[in-house]
Design a protein around this ligand. Structure first.
Ligand code: PBG
Length: 341
């Protein structure tokens, strides 16, 4: 395949022709710089109490709230296709929710029972638990509100998060993942885990978590939106301003100083610049969370016939790797792992 099969006389005198190495499938594979691997994928899973059938999440095709038993089976199948980690999120019965998220402190809570069940049956898969109060509060905020209800109290919330993290460590979780964006929570959790003897329980800090509109479908899944009566629950007093790049790095570096083992950027696709910045600012393993809205977008557009489902899905994940993430939390984890060789 030379460029000479046309008859025209016009010929560029080019020393460099970058297309040379894109000519065949073999050359393209030889020169590919980034790859998505099964080992990069973390599957977020939703758990619900009882032993009912799995419940579909309307805005997230292919995603379900699962009973503990069903979720354990899902973990087994994830492990079989080579996924190494799952991140658990509970959908809590509204009758158990209150202003301060008391159920988060229940030593026999749903998440803790789920961790134990996974560790019993699929010990090879790493389990990550969320440390935040939003699945448990009647208002859907990640922490405890002040008297006027317009501000999440920092230190009081952190105290509750510490207690949650210890319960999760006792249940046998590998990694606790504070997603609340309170100040000082990573350091406080590290300290209390160490005091309690859990020096090997790792912390994945949701370091650069933005106040994003892309969390809507997740809030449906865990019922935190319904509780608050809106999908645009305003978390701007604790989550990062989407306009800010330096603030994200500064906040993430604090998490590193406080003892985080992994940093995370969330959402992923709309924040690739932050992933790149953090990749360069820290040597820690870096995760990126391709959130519910990013997943829903790809599904919705492909249902309309406006995007090719598999191609846009795969490109979205590869772009996150290329930006510099080591790990990707994604609702596509299982199907993508299943298909990768
Ligand atoms: C809250 C939390 C959220 C997500 C994970 N943990 C939503 C929020 O901040 O309201 C969103 C994940 C997703 O959209 O997939 N602790």
């Amino acid at each position: 395949m030379n460029d000479s099969d046309h008859t025209e006389d016009f010929k560029l005198d080019l020393g460099r022709r970058p297309r040379r190495i894109r000519r065949t499938q073999a050359l393209r594979a030889l020169t590919q710089e980034n790859w998505l691997r099964r080992e990069d994928l973390i599957a977020p899973l939703f758990v619900i109490d009882g032993d009912g059938p799995k419940e579909p999440v309307g805005s997230m095709p292919g995603v379900f709230r699962r009973s503990v038993k069903d979720l354990v089976q899902e973990c087994r199948e994830l492990a079989e296709v080579g996924v190494r980690a799952v991140a658990l999120f509970p959908s809590i019965d509204p009758s158990l929710k209150d202003d301060v998220g008391s159920e988060a402190g229940n030593p026999d809570g749903l998440v803790l029972r789920t961790v134990k069940a996974i560790k019993n049956s699929v010990p090879e898969i790493a389990v990550i638990t969320d440390v935040a109060l939003d699945p448990y509060t009647s208002h859907g905020h990640d922490g405890v509100l002040n008297a006027t209800g317009d501000y999440v109290l920092n230190d009081e919330t952190v105290e509750r998060l510490c207690q949650m993290a210890v319960h999760q460590a006792i249940a046998g979780v590998d990694i606790v993942a504070p997603s609340d964006m309170m100040d000082g929570r990573v350091g406080a959790i590290r300290e209390i885990l160490d005091e309690a003897g859990f020096t090997n329980t790792a912390i994945m800090a949701y370091s650069a978590k933005f106040a994003s509109a892309y969390y809507g479908p997740f809030r449906e899944a865990v019922g935190s939106a319904g509780a608050a009566g809106t999908t645009t629950l305003n978390k701007k007093t604790y989550q990062l301003n989407p306009a800010n790049r330096r603030a994200a790095i500064a906040d993430a570096l604090l998490d590193e100083e406080e003892g985080a083992d992994f940093l995370m950027v969330k959402p992923a696709g709309p924040y690739l610049d932050i992933i790149r910045d953090l990749r360069e600012a820290s040597a820690l393993p870096l995760a990126a969370y391709q959130v519910s809205g990013e997943y829903a977008q790809i599904h919705a557009a492909s249902q309309l016939g406006w995007l090719d489902y598999e191609k846009s899905r795969d490109e979205s994940l590869l772009a996150i790797k290329r930006a510099g993430a080591d790990l990707v939390l994604t609702y596509f984890a299982r199907e993508v792992a299943d298909k990768l060789d």
